[in-house]
Unconditional design. Structure first.
Length: 193
């Protein structure tokens, strides 16, 4: 049995799953509900039925989860993050206009280095609110790995741009994250669609 779907078949299944995930509200699901959704996809003849023609039956659920729904989640998060540019983020959080001077591609989300007309350096590190610590680490790594960003002993200002794609976060939750980050001199902004 082949272990790979033909590209045309794979693209059709991805479109079907994305449509079903949108209709189901997959991004808002808790762990139990998302598991039920995956079970439904495994049993669906247009999805699981077709995948079983190319992949062993016991691997279908993992394929749907790791290949299709993981990509769906990343695409939804990226779409949410793109709703606010790094320039807008700096203007809103620091009240200063700045231009992107460097983009650092991440495995999932990016970091942007910006400079204001006054010479201030900013880093906007993107991520999800559930994994804000990862976005923080990425931003700090940029500062550590790019010593030329520290000018006259002034370390760049760091702001996390966090996606709320499909997640509901109370103002109290946002305040908690902002307060924790402000103790380290870091700001946070939240993006939703």
């Amino acid at each position: 049995m082949a272990n790979r779907l033909p590209q045309q078949v794979r693209e059709k299944i991805i479109r079907i799953v994305y449509k079903k995930a949108d209709e189901f509200g997959y991004m808002e699901c808790d762990r139990v509900t998302s598991g039920q959704f995956m079970d439904m996809l495994v049993e669906d003849q247009e999805v699981g039925g077709v995948i079983r023609q190319y992949i062993q039956k016991e691997r279908v659920r993992t394929y749907i989860k790791d290949t299709i729904l993981n990509r769906y989640t990343k695409d939804a998060t990226s779409k949410t993050l793109s709703s606010k540019t790094p320039e807008q983020t700096i203007k809103e959080e620091y009240g200063e206009a700045a231009d992107v001077i460097q983009k650092i591609k991440g495995s999932a989300y990016d970091c942007h280095v910006l400079r204001s007309e006054f010479g201030n350096i900013y880093i906007v590190s993107e991520g999800t609110f559930l994994k804000w610590e990862t976005a923080l680490r990425k931003g700090l790594e940029v500062i550590a790995n790019e010593p030329n960003l520290t000018i006259e002993g002034r370390v760049p200002s760091l702001c996390l741009k966090l996606s709320l794609a499909g997640q509901s976060l109370t103002e109290a939750d946002k305040k908690l994250i902002r307060t924790a980050l402000s103790a380290a001199g870091v700001k946070a902004t939240f993006c939703s669609t």
